[in-house]
Write a protein that binds this ligand. Structure first.
Ligand code: ZN
Ligand code: ZN
Length: 411
């Protein structure tokens, strides 16, 4: 019998390097992971360069590769993906940006790039959508809040380019930059002018907003500035269902990941208690995956917490989070007719505190898989596995073959 469904479990930032606090183990190899180990024992394992050896992947480019969309052909910047993940329908040609609410002092200097880690900015974003007018440029826009201090902007209109820098000074105590084009194309100059006008009009709206007055009265930092980055023009993505003949869904708390899902035509399944941090309700996410499989033949589950611990340099926290994830994955062990792949989208070593190019461990388990001798899921054991060393773009074809959806090459 052949499996008919695929679950792709991305443990975001799972890969790591030997850590002194763990006596030379990695957080994954130090963690107790009976569920992942059983999957490794029953499956085939390997290590994977999600983009290519020596390339440090972003989560966006790596997820595109894992879904079989070569990022060198498809990737047009983070902005449009964030905008889609925030619920903005991005049409081809629209230009998207990742936005942050920030705090300016009375001298116009940035005092907090995250506005005191504000939550619940929807009234601010709504006021900006209603109050800012870019029609003199022939431009329409959407501005939508995301989680915490995050938001997304999308511009639509004739002659807009995506070659434009950020106004984020990346440090505190200095004023935001003006937007400048990164080329001498008129389209990029136009976008820079539109953005400068956008923040000029947004400032008084934010300054006078009751939500900010109330924050000031409570001694909290106001969200009185918008910082924009990650400009990108929405590209064309062949729909997942057309490309693979399968319908799919994404379970993830990160708007960047749900955005990638949406641009390729994967549905988003919201989950109560999913936060994208180490306090996330992983049990609820796994339950959502099991339910989604009743109506979808493909589900992507992204679990973000380990990446966060890696960025914070907390090896023990990362190890303990991985052990908790392992327990939560148990309900997936006995799914019938299902191929399960477990992997990272990149390594986020606690000693580096950022993404690195170290390959990630990968396992595939399901009907028809030829098991190897590896009995543990970690960076060291999987390097001995039967998949050897593959690239991110190799993964989806392998999975498709296991569910009998691969096309024959030649006669
Ligand atoms: Zn990632
Ligand atoms: Zn990261």
């Amino acid at each position: 019998m052949t499996a008919s469904r695929i679950v792709l479990i991305v443990l975001d930032g799972i890969g790591d390097r030997p850590h002194p606090a763990l006596h030379g183990a990695t957080p994954l190899s130090a963690a107790r992971t009976p569920v992942l180990d059983r999957l490794a024992r029953e499956g085939i394992t390997g290590i994977m360069d999600t983009i290519a050896p020596g390339i440090r992947p972003g989560s966006d480019t790596s997820h595109l590769a894992l879904l079989g969309y070569p990022p060198r052909e498809c990737y047009t910047g983070r902005g449009p993906l964030e905008a889609e993940g925030s619920g903005i329908r991005m049409r081809p040609g629209m230009v998207g940006f990742r936005a942050n609410y920030a705090t300016l002092d009375s001298e116009g200097r940035v005092t907090d790039r995250r506005a005191g880690r504000i939550h619940g900015t929807e009234p601010l974003s709504k006021a900006i959508e209603e109050g800012v007018d870019l029609s003199s440029f022939g431009v329409r826009f959407r501005f939508v809040s995301g989680a915490g201090h995050r938001a997304a902007l999308a511009l639509e209109g004739e002659g807009l380019g995506d070659g434009v820098g950020s106004n984020d000074p990346k440090k505190e105590g200095v004023p935001p930059h003006s937007f400048v084009p990164t080329s001498d194309l008129p389209a990029d100059a136009k976008t820079a002018a539109v953005l400068n006008e956008f923040v000029r009009q947004a400032r008084p709206i934010l300054f006078d907003h009751p939500l900010n007055r109330e924050r000031l009265a409570r001694g909290l930092l106001p969200a009185n500035e918008v910082l924009l980055r990650g400009a990108g023009r929405m590209g064309h993505f062949q729909p997942f269902s057309e490309r693979y003949g399968m319908n799919g869904a994404v379970v993830s708390a990160a708007t960047l990941i749900t955005g990638i899902g949406r641009v390729v035509g994967l549905g988003t399944i919201p989950v109560e208690g999913a936060t994208g941090s180490i306090d996330s309700n992983i049990e609820n996410k796994v339950e959502a995956v099991v339910r989604a499989l009743e109506t979808h033949s493909f589900v992507l589950l992204n679990i973000k917490g380990a990446d966060e611990s890696g960025h914070d340099g907390k090896a023990e926290q990362k190890r303990d989070f991985i052990a908790r994830v392992d327990g939560a994955l148990a309900p997936l062990l006995d799914l019938p007719e299902t191929v399960i792949a477990v992997l990272g989208d990149h390594s986020t070593p606690c000693t580096v505190r950022d993404h690195s190019a170290d390959p990630v461990p990968v396992l595939i388990r399901g009907e028809g898989v030829r098991p190897d001798r590896v009995e543990r899921y970690d960076e060291f054991a999987c390097a001995e596995g039967g998949l050897s060393r593959i690239r991110g773009c190799d993964l989806f074809p392998i999975l498709l073959d296991l569910v009998d959806k691969a096309h024959k090459y030649g006669a």
